[in-house]
Structure formats: structure tokens, C-alpha cells
Design a protein around this ligand. Structure first.
Ligand SMILES: Cc1cc2nc3c(=O)[nH]c(=O)nc-3n(C[C@H](O)[C@H](O)[C@H](O)COP(=O)(O)OP(=O)(O)OC[C@H]3O[C@@H](n4cnc5c(N)ncnc54)[C@H](O)[C@@H]3O)c2cc1C
Ligand code: SF4
Ligand code: SF4
Ligand code: SF4
Length: 357
């Protein structure tokens, strides 16, 4: 058992990777705070798109996506709107085969859809999640109210629309022999057999080379021989894999999903205990209701976790995300706000693994 109890924040695909790490390995991740996520973008292509509007990443104070537009709130207090129909071309390819909006395998999911401005929608999925939210309410870190029926219906409808659109895309891909392994429903016995016959080369041909990689870095983290490195575009492997190693293939969120973590897509929000609308009573600098920041504050202040695994912005490259582990609440506050591109979120966990060795 790891001495670390880490709370991680991530998009649905990253949370699925964390869930697979928990399922297949001795993972230090204890609490999963999942974000809602409709799509994500390539940092480099985003920079190029901004150039067409005469802007750079450095000009942006905050991004927001709603009502069919990417809103850019500039540091000079102006607002620029890019239609999503235009921004569509910079969406990462792997997002077109993603059939989760709300991080269904998290303990608590958080997003803005459904709630009023300044509030967040929060889905409690596990007993652990419920205990955390109740504690945060009792200790006055957050306030909560019921989500109105019409707000819940809106959230459900949007989740269903994402799933159905991308299921159609998946069907087309499978027709052209571009596999989407994570949507194939197999028994755990068959999955274990597939895993036992697979290594990095199978990950490469079935996920990385066919535009399905979400760049989460779970494969890099899981590789006991440190053969995988991951850059801005994809994971690469150098060296010879031991015959009995299949770790990277097992933990990847885009290979087969074990039965315990799978949703057959008939429930657009997955399984949950309760849905609430919540607001922070402690922080305001976040993307929506600052709920992620506040829950991490509550978890750290009460020693429920030892560290938080968060995604901050690089100092020298504006809005470029990078993952870090911290137990400093000021760093958590600084990392508030949504970065609309990806980074290998599990990278900082490697140091902890090395420590364990
Ligand atoms: C790519 C992306 C797309 C999203 N799309 C939607 C959407 O369509 N609808 C919706 O309702 N909500 C969406 N969200 C979630 C939303 O933007 C907010 O993150 C969420 O509402 C929490 O807000 P907050 O104020 O509570 O969080 P904050 O208190 O601001 O904390 C945000 C936390 O998110 C983490 N974070 C920021 N960027 C990333 C990233 N790229 N990857 C992983 N973690 C990150 C940081 O670690 C930070 O701790 C999306 C988030 C991301 C990252
Ligand atoms: S694959 Fe894309 S749309 Fe799906 S959760 Fe990951 S970043 Fe979001
Ligand atoms: S050693 Fe194992 S985890 Fe590392 S690349 Fe090879 S198969 Fe994957
Ligand atoms: S190949 Fe590696 S980086 Fe890509 S999705 Fe799978 S685990 Fe994540």
C-alpha cells in the first residue's frame, strides 16, 4: 500500500486512466475529482487559430466555452468570440471517439452545465465522494442546493447528445478497421487474455497510431522499465520489453475497459448517488464555482489526502498545461481555471513510484 493518499483532478479520459491504474496496480490515487468535458484542443493548433484573430495565448485572461462559442476574455477587458464551428478543426482527434461527458468513474464530478453563473454542478458517485461533500458543507467550505429538474434535464440531454454523436463516429471508424477497443464489450476473462498477449507494440497499433491516444501518460507511469517517454504529440518506446510485461496496454484508458468500470452508454451520466448545484464559500478565482479548488482545500486542510495532483499553467508559455503534485493550498489556488489543452497528467506520479522503489 502506498503511503500517499492523492486527490487527482482530470477530464473523463484521465479519470478513466486513474480508475484503470487503481484496478490494475497499487495506485497512490485515493480521490478522483472528475471534470465535465465536451472536447479538448491541441495547444499548437490553438495558438495558430488565435493568430488568425491577431491574438496570442498571452493576451488571454480566461477561456470559456458555451452556447456554441469559444469566448476569449482578454487581459485588456475585451471579449472575442470564436464560433465552435470554426474551432472544431483544432479539436483533438481522440475527442471524437469519447463517449463520456461527466467523468463517470470519479468519486465526484464537477462542471458548469446545468447550474447558474458562479455555481457548479456536482455529481456524487461514491460513498467516499458523499462523505467528502457532506464534510465540506458541514465545515462551510461550500454551500449546496438541489439542481432544478429542468437543469438536470439539460445536463442529461447534452451528455446524451455527445454520446450519440460520437457513437456514430465510432461506428464509422470500426467500419474502416480503425479499432476503438475501449468500446468493445468483453468479459473480464477475455480482457485478461487479451492483456496477457499484448505489449507496447499493440498499444501503438491500436491506440497511438490510430489517433485514439488522449496523451494522459498512464502508460509512461505504469512502465516499470521506464522505456516510455511522452512528448507533446505521442508516447514513444525505446528498448526491449520483458516478455511478461503488459502494464502499458492494461492501464491505457483507450484499451479494453474491465466490467466494473464500464457503462453500456444507456445511462448518459453513468451511475451516481446525487446531483447538486454548489458554490464555494472560500474561493473565487476558479473557472466556475471554484469547487475543485475548494474541495482540494477541504481535503488538504483536514489531512484526508496527503497531496493533490493538479494541472497548472507553465510560467513561460501562457496557458500551456503541466501537471504537478502539491500539498500547498496556494499552489492549488493558483492552478484554478480551465486550460483547454492536454498534458500527461500522471507524469509527476513517477517520482513517487521511484521513491517507493
Ligand atoms: C478540457 C476541458 C473541457 C471542459 N469542458 C466542459 C464542458 O463542456 N462543460 C462543463 O460544464 N465543464 C467543462 N469543463 C470543466 C470546467 O471547465 C471546470 O473545470 C469545472 O466546472 C470546475 O470549475 P471550478 O471553478 O470548480 O474549478 P477550479 O477551482 O477552477 O479548478 C479547476 C481545476 O481543474 C484542473 N484543470 C484545469 N485544466 C485542466 C486540464 N486541461 N486537464 C486536467 N485538469 C485541469 C486544475 O488542476 C484545477 O485544479 C471542462 C474542463 C476541461 C479541462
Ligand atoms: S477524450 Fe477529449 S473529450 Fe473525452 S474526456 Fe478526454 S479530453 Fe475530454
Ligand atoms: S516494458 Fe511493459 S509497460 Fe514498458 S513498454 Fe514494454 S510492455 Fe509496456
Ligand atoms: S497510449 Fe498512453 S498516453 Fe495514450 S491514452 Fe493510452 S495510456 Fe494515455
Amino acid at each position: 500500500m502506498s503511503e500517499h493518499r492523492i486527490a487527482m483532478v482530470g477530464t473523463p479520459c484521465e479519470i478513466m486512466a486513474a480508475s484503470k491504474l487503481q484496478h490494475y496496480t497499487d495506485s497512490p490515487i485515493d480521490v478522483k475529482l472528475g471534470l465535465f468535458c465536451m472536447e479538448n484542443f491541441s495547444y499548437k493548433y490553438f495558438e495558430n487559430l488565435l493568430k488568425e484573430y491577431g491574438l496570442t495565448m498571452n493576451d488571454i485572461e480566461k477561456f470559456r466555452i458555451e452556447k456554441g462559442f469559444v469566448f476569449l476574455f482578454l487581459k485588456n477587458k475585451e471579449t472575442v468570440k470564436i464560433p465552435l464551428s470554426v474551432a472544431k478543426r483544432i479539436i483533438r482527434k481522440n475527442c471524437n471517439i469519447c463517449v463520456e461527458l461527466t467523468s463517470e468513474t470519479s468519486d465526484i464530478s464537477i462542471g458548469s452545465i446545468g447550474s447558474d453563473d458562479g455555481w457548479s454542478t456536482l455529481i456524487i458517485r461514491t460513498e467516499k465522494g458523499e462523505e467528502i461533500v457532506n464534510g465540506a458543507i458541514d465545515e462551510k467550505f461550500i454551500e449546496a442546493k438541489e439542481l432544478e429538474e429542468s437543469q438536470f434535464e439539460l445536463l442529461y440531454r447534452i451528455a446524451e447528445t455527445k454520446i450519440n454523436k460520437n457513437l456514430e463516429y465510432i461506428e464509422k471508424r470500426e467500419f474502416f478497421a480503425r479499432p476503438v477497443l475501449y468500446q468493445r464489450e468483453k468479459s473480464d476473462d477475455l480482457i485478461n487474455k487479451e492483456i496477457s498477449e499484448s505489449n507496447f507494440m499493440d498499444l501503438k497499433s491500436n491506440v497511438i497510431d490510430v489517433g485514439a491516444c488522449v496523451l494522459c501518460g498512464a502508460c509512461e507511469y505504469a512502465c516499470g522499465d521506464n522505456l516510455i517517454t511522452i512528448d507533446d504529440t505521442k508516447p514513444r518506446m525505446k528498448g526491449n520489453c520483458p516478455e511478461d510485461c503488459h502494464a502499458c496496454f492494461a492501464v491505457c484508458p483507450r484499451t479494453f475497459i474491465p466490467e466494473a468500470l464500464r457503462n453500456d452508454n444507456s445511462k448518459a451520466l453513468g451511475d451516481f448517488i446525487k446531483v447538486l448545484s454548489v458554490k464555494s464559500l472560500r474561493h473565487t478565482q476558479g473557472q466556475d464555482g471554484s469547487i475543485v479548488t475548494t474541495l482540494l482545500d477541504y481535503l488538504l486542510s483536514n489531512d484526508i489526502i496527503t497531496e493533490a495532483l493538479i494541472v497548472d499553467k507553465e510560467d513561460l508559455l501562457a496557458w500551456k498545461p503541466y501537471a504537478k503534485i502539491t500539498n500547498d493550498i496556494d499552489e492549488v489556488v493558483k492552478s484554478g481555471g480551465t486550460k483547454y489543452s492536454v498534458c500527461p497528467v500522471f507524469k509527476p506520479l513517477r517520482d513517487i513510484k521511484e521513491e517507493g522503489k
